[in-house]
Design a protein around this ligand. Structure first.
Ligand SMILES: NC(=O)c1ccc[n+]([C@@H]2O[C@H](COP(=O)([O-])OP(=O)(O)OC[C@H]3O[C@@H](n4cnc5c(N)ncnc54)[C@H](O)[C@@H]3O)[C@@H](O)[C@H]2O)c1
Length: 350
């Protein structure tokens, strides 16, 4: 397959590119490097820098029968930032997404896999969440991801797209080459590992009186390598499908508590990792986990690396091998100097 991976220099995109390249697919990455990294694009893939809202440039890449399918991983994806600047989220995630769809339609490329999110469900009425459950996002991030899914649905109905959206919660872990390097970082595992690496004073645990076995919130995690395989299986499935729009959850159905994450990190790193319990945050449901039964059944997807220990161990190994992240080892957008990295005095996790 010849695949265009939009957002392929980011955490999820770059690791999926690795999976595709390792299986001899021909990959072009399209990314504006706002949160992604040039150094995350593996040598077997071609990087083209550009913005998802540049329809002409996308069309040039897609036209002439050079691309069979698109994997769309580009997004703004910070909940807090989306509350502060919803316009940015609508411009990138919705306008940018629709620009991509129109460029694909014009170039007659109709196979699309979308890296969506379980944030589209909002506060679930039951867990584990199934695909048909109510979608009622509680922030602009989730709302814009859902709005783009709506556009996918109608491009399938009106223009013959074969489109699959994968919804998941927290991605974790690393491959040998690529790992998580976000600034700011908001995800619990890298935040806890920053404390292990003495880049933060302590982990904050928001609430320990939830109705869960240890009183802390339970969240769903998927290893980034399992996600790469899910993306590949979904891309293959679009080759066989009739025009359609399908949604699959990717989750563990069980999840791990915040306290379990901290304990696993202590075990893996051998470091103390001080943690402080603080008040609950508004809008944090006790349990957020999704059922992947449909993905198992119809895509043949099974997570193989998503034990908590493996995710934390892989993330730690990558962090130790890349102490300054990509900035320390690679140049961004041609800049010869590495950016100074801001070290947080204390970090928080939920
Ligand atoms: N990381 C997670 O835990 C997680 C969980 C659920 C869903 N997701 C989804 O997975 C996708 C990737 O997430 P991630 O963690 O890899 O994020 P990321 O920020 O590491 O990657 C996003 C990539 O998109 C690129 N990008 C952003 N705006 C762009 C634009 N206007 N034009 C071109 N490229 C642009 C960035 O430079 C970056 O390389 C997102 O769509 C996100 O919603 C991620």
């Amino acid at each position: 397959m010849r695949v265009l991976v939009v957002g392929g220099a980011g955490y999820v995109g770059s690791t999926s590119v690795e999976t595709l390249v390792a299986r001899d697919h021909e990959v072009t990455v399209y990314d504006n490097l706002t949160t992604g990294h040039r150094g995350a694009v593996v040598p077997g893939a071609r990087l083209v820098t550009g913005d998802i809202r540049d329809g002409e440039r996308l069309w040039q890449l897609l036209s002439g029968g050079r691309i069979d399918a698109v994997l769309h991983c580009a997004a703004r994806s910070l909940v807090g930032e989306s509350m502060a600047d919803p316009g940015l989220y609508y411009r990138t995630n919705v306008t940018g997404g629709v620009t991509l769809l129109e460029a694909m339609q014009r170039a007659n490329v109709t196979r699309l896999v979308y890296s969506s999110t379980a944030a589209v469900y909002g506060e679930p009425r039951r867990v584990p969440i199934a695909e048909a459950d109510r979608t009622e996002p509680i922030n602009p991030y989730g709302a814009t991801k859902l709005a783009f899914e709506g556009a996918m649905r109608w491009f399938a109905a009106s223009h013959g797209f074969r489109a699959i959206s994968l919804r998941y919660f927290n991605v974790a872990g690393a491959t040998e080459l690529n790992g998580e390097d976000h600034e700011p970082e908001t995800h619990i595992i890298p935040l806890v590992l920053r404390v292990a690496a003495c880049e933060g004073a302590h982990v904050q645990i928001y609430g320990q009186d939830y109705p869960t076995p240890d009183g802390t919130c339970i969240r769903d995690f998927i290893h980034v390598r399992d996600l790469g395989v899910a993306h590949l299986l979904a891309l293959q499935a679009t080759g066989e499908a009739d025009p359609s729009f399908e949604v699959y959850n990717l989750g563990s159905a069980a999840g791990f508590s915040v306290r379990e994450v901290v304990e696993a990190a202590r075990k893996v790193t051998g470091r103390a990792i001080p943690a402080r319990a603080v008040k609950r945050r508004a809008g944090d449901p006790p349990v957020l986990v999704a059922s992947s039964r449909r993905a198992h059944r119809e895509l043949g997807w099974q997570p193989r690396h998503s034990s908590l220990e493996e995710m934390v161990a892989d993330a730690w190994r990558w962090k130790e091998a890349h102490p300054g992240g990509y900035r320390a080892t690679a140049t961004e957008e041609g800049s010869a100097l590495a950016e100074p990295r801001q070290i947080a005095r204390s970090v928080s996790a939920s």
